[in-house]
Design a protein around this ligand. Structure first.
Ligand code: SAH
Ligand code: SF4
Ligand code: F3S
Length: 451
């Protein structure tokens, strides 16, 4: 189904996405849904009929980014017919009313749990209405998404399986922007995975704000992984983002027998200080975290970890910061994402007394330097070794292919043959902190791990 009327040219929709993978998934679904309403996806910033800014509210300057984008669009359309402007995502949820009030150029704000109504909203805008849709109708949304057909899958494709958060860490906006924890039906997820695989996906990345809190009618993430494994042409399974408190034994156990689950886990910890973990309301201590790491390492010594850290949380002393460094060095995370604490309006920590920004900047630089040294040491060790790589796309440079190894490291090789969608052994001969470079040394593998 393409156009509404045979005489009408399809309209062009341009979507700019900020934030996490869940927003990327949502933007892809918005593209699918609007296709049914006569829109085609556009990458032409200057000449589109509808602009959707899919926003993230996790750290400061989120609202400024929205107005910056709108300013750019306005400038471009100064002497032309105004396009439709929709702000979607977490800023829309948190500040929808303010956005509509502050700028008449915005036609609608749509929260992350309401975008399944996008076509109706666009039609209403055409009837000259301005709209705020910020209800948490996640069940209705999941139901609507289930009818979406994916025509061309990416080699590595996302599926959102869980939404929202009930954890209420004191610093975080997510429970307010995405609402309570909700899980999608297991059957619907399997059926979406089958469609994706039929259309070319080789890897599925399961998404959720607390993906390992997945629970649909007593079916847990481990059950879902077990079911997904049965899809023959699916080669790799990953999930993100997980919370330490939801790393239950059944999920840990699955690493001992899964052939397709990758031996790499993103497990955010935020800090190595028990005092701060408590002040953050993370509901576990450092030893609990380390115990998960050691249980997994016992099952498979090759499992590696990545994590998120917050630097300069209110009350963080040098001792607390050093405890984060100690944890970083103990686990030897192969990748970390670290940010200075950002006070978010509406969260319990918003009014806590802030640490000095200069000190925080120095601490962040030190943290990132050490984290990078760990990463480089790990990567230097890979030189000369073989890594199993799933190739995702051809690059712009001739004969160069981009893929990822089991640990989600970017791998680039040169090849005369088309490698897209194939898994191959790559011998690494050069590294930097972004990419592993190597040469392909074997054909496609039937299995990821030896049985
Ligand atoms: N649900 C996941 C994280 C989702 S938010 C978890 O709990 O692990 C992604 C990351 O953003 C968090 O892990 C945290 O490190 C960071 N973050 C969230 N709120 C923040 C804030 N107010 N300031 C700085 N970083 C923040
Ligand atoms: Fe935010 Fe904490 Fe929920 Fe993660 S667990 S989304 S950090 S409130
Ligand atoms: Fe950002 Fe919302 Fe994702 S705040 S990190 S887009 S859940």
């Amino acid at each position: 189904m393409a156009q509404k009327s045979k005489n009408k040219l399809p309209e062009k929709i341009f979507i700019k996405t900020f934030g996490c993978q869940m927003n990327e998934y949502d933007s892809a679904r918005i593209r699918d849904l609007t296709k049914n309403n006569g829109f085609i996806n556009s990458t032409d910033y200057k000449n589109s009929d509808c602009y959707i800014i899919n926003t993230c509210h996790i750290r400061e300057k989120a609202t400024e980014k929205v107005f910056h984008e709108i300013g750019r669009i306005k400038k471009n359309f100064r002497n032309k017919k105004k396009p439709i402007i929709i702000v979607a995502g977490c800023v829309a949820q948190a500040e929808g009313e303010v956005l509509l009030e502050r700028d008449k150029y915005i036609d609608a704000v749509i929260g992350p749990q309401s975008y399944h109504k996008i076509n109706k909203i666009i039609d209403q805008i055409k009837e000259k209405e301005r709209i705020e849709e910020t209800d948490f109708e996640v069940i209705e949304k999941f139901d609507k998404l289930n009818v979406v057909k994916n025509e061309n899958s990416k080699v590595s494709s996302y599926i959102t399986i869980q939404e929202g958060c009930d954890k209420f860490c004191k610093f975080c906006v997510v429970p307010y922007t995405r609402g309570p924890e909700n899980s999608r039906s297991l059957d619907h997820i399997i059926s979406e995975a089958q469609t994706l695989v039929k259309n070319g996906a080789k890897e599925i990345i399961l998404l959720g704000q607390n993906v390992n809190a997945y629970n649909y009618k007593e079916k847990k993430l481990s059950d879902l992984i077990f079911e997904l494994e049965k899809i023959d042409e699916l080669k790799r399974i990953r999930y993100t983002t997980s919370h330490p408190n939801d790393m239950t034994n059944d999920l840990i156990e699955i690493y001992s027998h899964s052939k397709k689950l990758m031996p790499f886990l993103h497990l955010p910890v935020q800090t190595g200080s028990d005092k701060l973990l408590k002040l953050m309301n993370r509901k576990h201590d450092k030893d609990f975290y380390l115990n998960i790491v050691s249980k997994l390492k016992k099952i498979n010594a090759n499992i590696e970890f990545s994590s998120d850290f917050i630097i300069g949380y209110p009350g963080e002393t040098d001792k607390d910061f050093n405890e984060s460094l100690d944890l970083l060095m103990e686990v030897k995370f192969i990748q970390t994402y670290s940010f200075i604490y950002s006070a978010r309006p509406g969260t319990p920590a918003y009014n806590f007394k802030l640490n000095t920004l200069d000190d925080n900047k120095k601490k962040l630089a030190k943290f990132q330097k050490i984290s990078n040294e760990i990463k480089i040491a790990y990567r230097k060790n890979l030189i000369g070794s073989k890594v199993k790589t799933l190739f995702e796309n051809k690059m712009n440079e001739p004969n160069k292919y981009f893929g990822r190894d089991e640990y989600f490291n970017s791998v680039v090789v040169e090849s005369e043959n088309n490698l897209v969608g194939k898994i191959a052994e790559v011998k690494i001969n050069k590294i930097n902190n972004q990419t592993l470079f190597g040469e392909k040394i074997s054909g496609e593998k039937k299995r990821e791990f030896a049985a």
